[in-house]
Design a protein around this ligand. Structure first.
Ligand code: HEM
Length: 129
């Protein structure tokens, strides 16, 4: 239960945070921009990172108690995608305070988060190999 709640929050936070970075590019008032960056950076530091750690710990706990590492390769590929997802989360954190952020780069991170998370959920639910 804790794994499911934490992964929902991790993926949900990443999705909305990367979308908010794109929305911020439309703001023109400097005070609004600073306010949006302040809110986003606090979510990034005090919600995203702690919940990511809980997702990883509960994931490894599940993997050990269900002996999942010896039941096919799906979990290995899920971990490869987890590294990519963490990379996207890191890029998103950098983009929060980037004043000259190109919109296509912000879109790339947002779409990347969606696609990688979708494949991870597919792997764990369907277990194709
Ligand atoms: C943010 C990254 C992660 C996402 C999005 C994610 C996603 C999911 C999802 C959707 C499920 C299915 C839950 C259910 O419906 O029963 C699941 C289960 C599972 N996860 Fe993760 N997970 C993540 C991180 C991890 C990590 C780091 C591990 C550690 C190796 C892990 C190991 C497992 C295992 C073993 C199960 C299956 C447990 C069972 O047999 O029912 N997960 N994960």
């Amino acid at each position: 239960m804790l794994h499911v709640i934490s992964i929902c929050l991790v993926v949900g936070t990443q999705f909305v945070q990367s979308l908010a970075v794109i929305f911020r590019l439309r703001l023109e008032n400097p005070e609004q921009i600073v306010g949006a960056q302040w809110v986003q950076y606090r979510i990034y530091k005090f919600i995203y990172y702690p919940i990511l750690i809980i997702a990883i710990i509960t994931g490894f706990y599940l993997a050990i108690v269900t002996n999942a590492f010896s039941q096919g390769k799906w979990l290995h590929w899920k971990l490869v995608l987890l590294v990519i997802l963490i990379g996207f989360g890191f890029l998103n954190g950098r983009q929060i305070n980037d004043k000259d952020l190109p919109k296509p780069f912000a879109m790339f991170v947002h779409i990347g988060i969606f696609c990688v998370a979708a494949v991870m959920i597919y792997l764990v639910k369907v277990r194709p190999f």
